[in-house]
Design a protein around this ligand. Structure first.
Ligand code: TRH
Length: 379
């Protein structure tokens, strides 16, 4: 890219880790491509484990109300691209400062609303559309709606340069040993399964199945993510329904509980496993890039809108019927929980990954879009 822009990304943490997860990944990716990024976030606590080393070129600032002294930063480096993540509305005093000729003498920033990820068809129709702003200090400006997505007519997916070569050079055994995870021993090699989920109703059945039958007959090492996934698994074992059948010595299931990992190590986890259970918006994309069979627990919405989103995603994946059936059970749409069949699921994941790798990634598209729009705004 030929010009470095000053980006201001606004992020409100609603719940879980997807908001800050996506915003951090985007900020770090933009900065690695020579862009300057200020990330304004109302709760940065998760960054302590997600990105303990920070990233050169990214300044994290507290999104307090009002924004206070940090606004002064605009004087020396005016905002050129304003990104509101997931429909959050940037602070009005920030907009006021951007429209104040004393602070922002160059030109008004390109204003982008970065939307949620979906494979639904409305995404192509809505991507990159402008909307006039009709109230507040920025009345008369334009806001652009930028949709990530899975086709060439969308904004694409976050994919850092060099991701593929890092994955090709990755040594899973060394990484797992460094995490204190026992090597695949025994006569029959263990299948490694990662688990990042909310509280799926099918969890107890899945665990029982692993304990009794393993995964395709092989023993299972379950690597459980910190937080809700760990609590959900422990809750299954703590149930007062009596001893669960998989507590016996014959169990084919071994469990390792993980600490919070950095985003980089979270990728390593997905690369090291034979089957990945992921959830939400960011980890589904990482599971795609990992290229291993996966199951997605979609973030549930009150109006059930997530079910159409899940269907569209499975269509995009060209998922075989056993994978669709498993998703229905895992996302609480039906009671019967079939056994996971990663071997039958691998081909659709690999084909999708290859197709998506041929698509322009989100940061490349965002930068090109912002540069184009910025040159028009200054005319
Ligand atoms: O945490 P999530 O469920 O976030 C959700 C969803 O994004 C949902 O769509 C959104 O509407 C809601 O937030 C507000 O799942 P997600 O999106 O995968 O985010 C988790 C992030 O945490 C991701 O960036 C990976 C990161 N992570 C680590 O870095 N280390 C870890 O150990 C774990 C478990 C996760």
């Amino acid at each position: 890219m030929d010009r470095s822009l000053q980006w201001d990304i606004f992020c409100k943490v609603i719940d879980n880790h997807g908001d800050i997860g996506v915003c951090w990944r985007l900020s770090a990716d933009l900065a690695s491509r020579g862009q300057k990024v200020r990330l304004w976030v109302d709760d940065a606590s998760a960054l302590a484990w997600m990105a303990p080393e920070g990233a050169g070129g990214v300044t994290v600032l507290p999104w307090t109300e009002p924004l206070g002294l940090n606004l002064i930063r605009l004087e020396s480096a005016p905002c050129e691209v304003l990104v509101e993540a997931f429909g959050c509305e940037a602070a009005p005093e920030f907009l006021a400062a951007c429209s104040d000729p004393a602070m922002q003498e160059v030109c008004r920033p390109v204003w982008i609303n970065l939307e949620y990820l979906s494979a639904e068809s409305y995404v192509e129709r809505s991507h990159a559309l402008p909307s006039p702003v009709s109230h507040g200090p920025a009345t008369g400006w334009r806001k652009w709606f930028f949709y990530p997505g899975f086709t060439g007519a969308t904004g694409g997916l976050l994919r850092e340069p060099g991701l593929e070569s890092r994955q090709a050079a990755f040594d899973p055994e060394a990484w797992l040993a460094a995490q204190g995870i026992p090597a695949r021993g025994g006569e029959v090699a263990e299948q490694r399964v990662s688990l990042f989920c909310y509280e799926p109703p099918a969890l107890a059945t899945l665990l029982r199945g692993f304990a009794q039958h393993g995964l395709a007959g092989q023993p299972v090492r379950l690597l459980v993510a910190a937080g809700r996934a760990t609590n959900a698994v422990k809750a299954v074992f703590n149930e007062k329904t009596g001893l669960l059948p998989f507590n016996g010595e014959q169990s084919l299931l071994s469990i390792s509980y993980l600490p919070w990992l950095s985003q980089t190590d979270f990728d390593h986890l997905l690369w090291a496993c034979d089957l990945n259970f992921v959830r939400g918006e960011d980890s589904i994309v990482r599971a795609l890039w990992a290229g291993k069979p996966f199951v997605w627990q979609i973030y549930p919405q009150g109006d059930q809108a997530h079910l159409a989103k899940l269907d569209a995603f499975l269509d995009m994946l060209d998922a075989p019927s056993s994978l669709r059936l498993f998703h229905a059970a895992w996302n609480g749409q039906c009671g019967e929980v079939p056994a996971p069949q990663p071997q039958a699921w691998a081909a659709s994941v690999e084909a999708t990954r290859e197709r998506l790798q041929g698509q322009q990634d989100l940061s490349t598209q965002l930068i090109a879009f912002a540069l184009r729009a910025a040159s028009n705004q200054c005319i």
